[in-house]
Write a protein that binds this ligand. Structure first.
Ligand code: ADP
Length: 627
């Protein structure tokens, strides 16, 4: 009996571990939500949608599968060959036989390694292609969302979806699916080989399987929770960074650095904690499976050393030294894929969670979309009409109330009025950034909802208050996506809007670098670049939201001068803050509380002595005082 004590002790230790894990799981707090069961999409639905992306690459996956079968052959055959060699060398033997066996072993190894190489190459290429399509679709969809929908999702979250989450999904194609299949096949193959080789030893190994299953299942739950926490932490940090890096100037001006650092510290710690928890879970799982592996090997060696199994025969199978060696190797090859299989399931869960997040974004129905039967706008004249327009950003909080006005093709209309009167909103509605609730907006007499959105937006040259410059060069910012534009044409446009003077001061001229958001240019210079952009684009309708920023007098003069020229290009709607700008406008609409308070030309409004007159005289007097 005493001889079995070591085995009993090993069994007791393993059972104690199992009991501890089961207890830990039972006491795991708020199980369901914590471990990520709060998913809305079914795994089947996610798989179906993912497979749609993989469908064009069926051929590649088939090749990978065949290659994989070849590479598995090594895992199953090598213990047999090594066992055979052991059998050979225990008695006098021919070197030739040994070399033949070694030759076979090395050949299978080389084939397996080559297969693994090609498998990795094909999978990576295919996976990257799939993911770049998914990334493209996600980005394209995000672009379709309305301003309102877009502003509801933090930018950091969107960045995480397009980068981290697509990466996690890419793992699924490049790694998880194939490894799941491979490991499952290896386990089945090894089990069959072991059964054929020796039944009793196989049964002994199988005694450990229930423990492996228990440990793996519990590990899955814990690690799923850990993954979820790491993911949330990463999204949180990305969101925080994207907001705060953009607002860095404000943070500095208002001296909020300490507070923001503290906030970042907290989020950073949270992510650190989540990562450590994840490592801890793996740190427990891997050694536990290793313990099972070692225990089964020890049992094998102990029993054979004691002579209990050596030479044992059952159903025509005798356990000999070569079989022991083969089993020793099989046990290792059996445990490895089991451990990775459990981990792969986790990766799979994590990839599914990412896929769901991406699909949730893809499922957001764009609020503003083409009406059925919408047509391309084609060539337009540029007549604009607001016909009893009612608009609210939220519910019945009307920003524009029954607003009606017309702008003839080629005319300039200026919108003036106090902040919050609804001037910028009018510009936004014209491009269908939002849809109106009542009334109609017409271009050339046709409701803008009857045109396709992309063809409608193509008609506008927008020069907004905060000019958005992309990182690149002055040239790339003026040309944007237009093709076949020559440098001469760009210089001509720059000259027209007085932007040539400051650009020619740079040694590299149009190639001068523009940093993120155009940070290395003054507000006035940015405005002039946006004017040049518009002139080159040559739109039928121009939308200008005049900069309120302080601009030096010299640049101000240049802007005023080019504005007068711009007014000659096509129809123009301008939100003016400096009334001197719009004296030549065909119509000036004074807005107040979303309605027209008065309208007319500069002279007409002055002679009325109403709101415009008051505003104008106020500004005029201020200017005189300053000069
Ligand atoms: P103006 O250009 O005349 O200063 P706006 O058209 O920008 O005025 O704004 C009109 C009103 O609409 C303001 O009360 C403003 O707070 C509100 N508003 C503007 N944009 C939004 C938005 N995206 N969501 C909700 N309300 C908004």
């Amino acid at each position: 009996m005493r001889e079995f004590y070591p085995l009993l002790i090993a069994g007791a230790v393993i059972s104690a571990f199992a009991a501890a894990f089961i207890l830990a799981y039972a006491f795991m707090k708020d199980k369901k939500e914590a471990i990520g069961f709060d998913r809305n999409m079914k795994d089947g639905e996610i798989t179906k949608r993912l497979l749609k992306y993989a469908r064009p690459y069926v051929k590649q996956f088939l090749v990978v599968f065949l290659i994989m079968l070849a590479s598995i052959a090594y895992d199953i055959a090598s213990p047999l060959i090594i066992g055979g060699i052991a059998d050979l060398i225990k008695a006098p033997f021919e070197m030739r036989d040994l070399f033949i066996r070694l030759g076979i072993y090395i050949s299978i190894l080389l084939v397996s390694l080559t297969c693994q190489y090609f498998q990795a190459i094909i999978l990576q290429k295919t996976g990257q292609r799939i993911i770049s399509t998914l990334r493209y679709d996600t980005f394209e969809h995000i672009e379709k969302l309305s301003h309102h929908q877009f502003s509801e999702i933090p930018v950091g979250k969107l960045v995480t979806r397009v980068t981290n989450d697509t990466n996690a999904v890419s793992m699924m194609f490049t790694n998880i699916f194939v490894n799941l299949a491979k490991n499952s096949l290896v386990i089945i193959g090894i089990l069959i080989a072991m059964f054929i080789l020796n039944l009793e030893l196989t049964l002994m190994v199988l005694c450990f399987v229930p423990f492996i299953v228990i440990f793996s299942l519990i590990f899955r739950k814990f690690s799923r929770k850990a993954y979820r926490k790491v993911k949330d932490g990463t999204t949180d940090i990305n969101t925080f960074l994207s907001e705060n890096l953009s607002g860095m100037k404000i943070i500095r001006v208002f001296d909020r650095k300490k507070q923001k650092m503290a906030e970042f510290d907290e989020k950073n710690d949270e992510l650190g904690r989540a990562k450590r928890r994840q490592i801890f879970v793996f740190g427990i799982f891997r050694p536990t499976i290793y313990m099972l592996y070692i225990s089964s090997v020890m049992t094998l060696l102990y029993l054979s050393a004691r002579g209990y199994i050596y030479g044992l025969s059952f159903a025509g199978q005798v356990i000999t030294a070569d079989i022991l060696i083969s089993f020793y190797m099989y046990i290792q090859k059996f445990f490895n894929p089991i451990q990775t299989l459990a981990e792969q399931f986790n990766w799979l869960q994590s990839a599914f969670a990412s896929a769901e997040k991406i699909f949730t974004i893809l499922d957001i129905e764009p609020e503003i979309k083409d009406d059925p039967g919408a047509v391309d706008i084609g060539e337009i004249k540029g007549d604009i009409e607001f016909d009893h327009v009612w608009f609210a950003y939220k519910e019945e909080n009307w920003i524009l109330k029954d607003l009606s006005f017309k702008v003839g093709a080629g005319q300039t209309v200026a919108l003036v009025g106090p902040t919050g009167a609804g001037k910028s909103t009018i510009l936004s509605l014209l491009c269908r950034n939002y849809d109106i609730q009542k009334g109609r907006i017409l271009i050339d007499g046709v409701d803008i909802r009857k045109y396709t959105i992309s063809s409608l937006r193509r008609q506008f040259g927008q020069m907004l208050q905060t000019v958005f410059l992309f990182s690149g060069t002055i040239k790339s910012n003026i040309v944007l996506r237009q093709e076949g534009v020559t440098d001469e044409q760009i210089w001509e446009a720059c000259k027209y809007v007085n932007a040539d003077k400051f650009i020619s001061q740079f040694d590299d001229g149009l190639e001068h670098e523009v940093r993120e958001f155009g940070n290395n240019f003054s507000a006035g210079q940015r405005q002039l670049i946006s004017f040049a952009r518009t002139v080159l684009y040559d739109p039928k309708i121009m939308i200008l939201d005049e900069a309120t920023a302080n601009i030096d007098t010299e640049t101000e003069q240049l802007i005023q001068d080019s504005l007068q020229k711009l007014m000659n290009i096509g129809t123009m709607i301008v939100v003016a803050h400096r009334l001197s700008t719009i004296q030549h406008a065909d119509n000036i609409i004074v807005l107040s509380g979303g309605q027209i308070a008065e309208q007319g030309t500069h002279e007409e409004l002055l002679s009325k002595r109403g709101r415009y007159y008051n505003l104008y005289t106020l500004q005029h007097r201020r200017q005189q005082l300053m000069s």
